[in-house]
Design a protein around this ligand. Structure first.
Ligand code: ADP
Ligand code: ZN
Ligand code: ZN
Length: 742
């Protein structure tokens, strides 16, 4: 902060979470102690007719506005900043890099309650553990108080202590039961001292004996603890990556440091949390969108205070303040869900790497199918590659096979050859997994009489048939209606479902394999809370013979008894105008294949295709993902596409088709005043999905092989765009490093 003169008014320069690029000046509250002020503190400030939460950025005595015009800060909400200076540095960097207003970026780092200005009650964190009496008491003695019984069982199951944050994450209403168990002296209070974990108190279950490659990876990262470095752990599904993470985390914990583990979708991988809890005695918290605001706040705060050692979370967990940061891990680093797709469109992977650099700690990226960007960074020697080429234990890699279904008999999406394979597998009492990335009964309802198709009125899309619920639904907006029986155009009653969705295939399977159990896993069938866990449990207990599902299946689950995996429609991903599609397709195929034969039994993967000679498919199957990636990177280099250039996509939408054009004209007029250097500006064009949820959509693509030049342009251009009067009439956003051009 600048030197301040006595006697003059102090001015707070603050960031406010609104879509405005500039900071705001306010007069400091009266009678403040300068020493107590820190950047990052939350403030309440008058704004327009109301009040807003703001973040202190700087204290100064100069303002571009007349001091007399400035309003005064209402109050200071924090005694100390909840963010460290490194946290603020990271957020400022992200605001600059993604060209997103600083106030909104800082706001994104806080859980909802703090964002709204609620105060955190600072208290000594307590944790609770079984008392000697509790160890000897049978939980069935508490039969008549089920809540206390289940809590006691939680303590007895692990014999470890639980912090308040962990208990909140377990059940938000833990307090009454804890109070009663304390009164009965079945549990006791432990005040958590500063957590420097001793090795003998970290581990619950012993680590596995590593194979050579695992050991190399572990030693590589452990040797770099305390310094910045990015490691890419490439290993096929089942090669023991998670085991590697666990053993490295152990080392970090032994140094008294915290670990942040990011995964794409935590609710899809309940087993991961389980493995962490089984291995470690230390406190572990979760952070994802399915938790309540209170649970998220408790988890966030426990990391900020250093009470908790491990946070497992989704991309929004990335900004959680860490008292003693030691390591950041991103599992499935290739996954597109690490990129936020609305508002502040940051990439959790790239931002994690920057955070690691700021904190001077290693960042570990893991995947069976690394992104082309990360492989490119390995080539450039920015990331260090570690490879687990084989499956751990005795598991063997599955055999992949393309099944040419041209001119073959197909019954409801299943070829005869495939049906035979399924039958053979089931006869051996092994499980079958079928993958189709389309939920609903059928993607199209068409009239056999006149060709009319059920379209969404608000989107450029067909309505999807959901047969069980007798609904027609748009998968891009909330539009839905009941399933009609008569064509609205010609009154014919010959409305026909076209194409296959999971619901339709499920009906065929039940019909074909009457004495077998089929489970369907997609967004519709797992909507109810706990239903996914329930299905997964049934599958793992061997109560299910056929598992059918969408991409939900490709994420992290272990199905050891699955020996046949079939991808029903591999062709649908081969033809896309987005250059990312081939990469995503290849990753999806490999990920789904990885579900087969994870234990002792060898697995087989069958892909139904009408494109058996397609180079993407043949390279992938003959030579594996690495070869595919090499070819794909060479193609991108040829076309100067990312990672050989840098892109940013300006998306614009409005309820009519005209206002976006006026907005673009104004931008183009602005651009004439700049030297755009070598930045190529492509468009404006209609988005691939030209209308969505009632909005007409357009885009303008910026591309440059020089990242610096692109960002210098945006530094001046974006605030000017934001100030255009035409900008008020459209919705617009800038997506830096887009992973999806739709
Ligand atoms: P990934 O995360 O790469 O899918 P996991 O770490 O989940 O792999 O390992 C797959 C399976 O192999 C797990 O059941 C795990 O317990 C087991 N495993 C991992 N490493 C070893 C090892 N060194 N020896 C024996 N089994 C192992
Ligand atoms: Zn008709
Ligand atoms: Zn729609």
């Amino acid at each position: 902060m600048t030197t301040l003169c006595l006697g003059e008014e102090l001015i707070f320069r603050v960031a406010i979470p609104i879509p405005v690029y500039s900071l705001f000046d306010y007069l400091a509250p009266a009678n403040i102690e300068l020493d107590s002020l820190e950047p990052g503190m939350r403030l309440e400030v008058p704004f327009g007719k109301g009040k807003k939460i703001a973040f202190l950025i700087e204290i100064t005595q100069k303002s571009d506005l007349k001091v007399g015009k400035l309003k005064r800060v209402v109050r200071i909400l924090d005694q100390k900043s909840l963010l460290s200076s490194k946290d603020l540095q990271l957020l400022t960097w992200a605001s600059n890099y993604y060209h997103h207003p600083l106030g909104e970026v800082i706001s994104a780092a806080f859980p909802a309650a703090l964002r709204q200005g609620k105060s955190i009650v600072l208290k000594t964190a307590k944790s609770f553990a079984l008392s000697p009496l509790g160890k000897l008491t049978l939980s069935t003695d508490l039969q008549r108080s089920p809540k206390q019984k289940s809590l006691l069982e939680k303590f007895q199951a692990t014999l470890s202590s639980f912090s308040e944050a962990e208990l909140s994450a377990w059940n938000i209403n833990w307090k009454p039961s804890v109070k009663l168990l304390l009164e009965k002296q079945l549990i006791q209070v432990d005040i958590i001292a500063v957590k420097v974990e001793r090795t003998d108190t970290i581990i619950r279950n012993k680590a596995l004996q590593c194979n050579l490659q695992q050991q190399v990876a572990i030693d590589g990262v452990c040797g770099a603890l305390g310094h910045f470095g990015v490691f890419l752990l490439e290993g096929v599904t089942g090669s023991g990556k998670t085991e590697v993470y666990l053993q490295i985390i152990h080392e970090v914990l032994a140094r008294g440091q915290q670990v942040l583990v990011l995964v794409p979708e935590i609710t899809l991988t309940p087993q991961l949390e389980d493995r962490f809890r089984k291995r470690f005695l230390v406190s572990i918290v979760l952070f994802h969108s399915k938790l309540t605001d209170n649970q998220r706040q408790a988890a966030w705060f426990s990391m900020q205070q250093g009470e908790c050692s491990i946070m497992l979370g989704t991309r929004s967990a990335l900004f959680t303040p860490l008292k003693n940061p030691g390591l950041i891990i991103l599992d499935e680093e290739h996954d597109a869900s690490f990129k936020q797709q609305e508002g502040f469109r940051f990439s959790a992977r790239d931002t994690a790497v920057y955070r690691g650099k700021l904190l001077d700690i290693p960042v570990l990226l893991g995947s069976a199918t690394p992104s082309l960007e990360s492989l490119y960074n390995v080539d450039k020697q920015r990331y260090q590659l570690m490879h687990l080429p084989e499956r751990a234990g005795n598991a063997i890699e599955p055999m992949m096979q393309l099944l040419d279904i041209r001119n073959k008999k197909i019954h409801e999406g299943l070829s005869e050859v495939l049906v035979d394979e399924i039958r053979r597998t089931l006869a051996k009492s092994e499980q079958v997994l079928l993958f189709l990335n389309r939920r609903g009964f059928a993607p199209t309802l068409i009239c056999h009489g006149c060709g009319w198709v059920a379209r969404c009125k608000r989107c450029d899309a067909n309505l999807v048939i959901h047969f069980d619920e007798q609904r027609l639904r748009c998968h891009h907006c909330a539009q839905e209606q009941s399933l009609i029986k008569q064509c609205p155009a010609c009154d014919s009653s010959e409305l026909t479902p076209l194409g296959m969705g999971t619901e339709r295939v499920e009906k065929v399977l039940i019909d074909l394999f009457k004495d077998k159990t089929t489970v369907r896993l997609d967004r519709d069938s797992t909507q109810r809370k706990g239903s996914l866990e329930n299905y997964l449990q049934q599958i793992n207990e061997g109560k299910v013979d056929i598992i059918l599902g969408t991409q939900m299946l490709s994420k992290g689950h272990h199905f050891p008894n699955v020996t046949l995996v079939a991808i029903l429609d591999v062709d649908s991903g081969l033809f896309s105008i987005d250059f990312h599609a081939a990469e995503k397709m290849a990753q999806m195929i490999v990920q789904v294949s990885g579900r087969a034969g994870r234990a002792e039994k060898p697995g087989k993967v069958i892909m139904q295709t009408r494109q058996p000679e397609h180079p993407l498919l043949t390279t992938l199957i003959k030579d594996g993902y690495r070869s595919f990636a090499k070819t794909a990177l060479a193609e991108r280099k040829e076309a100067l596409l990312p990672p050989f250039s840098y892109q940013a996509l300006l998306r614009v939408q409005a309820t009519d088709a005209n206002t976006p054009q006026l907005f673009f004209q104004a931008i183009i007029a602005l651009l004439k005043k700049f030297d755009a250097g070598h930045t190529q500006i492509l468009g404006p064009v209609s988005a691939p999905m030209a209308k969505r949820a009632g909005f007409f959509r357009y885009q303008l693509l910026f591309q440059n092989t020089n990242r610096q030049e692109l960002h210098v342009l945006f530094d001046t251009l974006i605030p000017k765009i934001a100030n255009l009067k035409q900008a008020k009439k459209v919705r617009w956003s800038l997506d830096v490093d887009p992973v999806d051009l739709y």
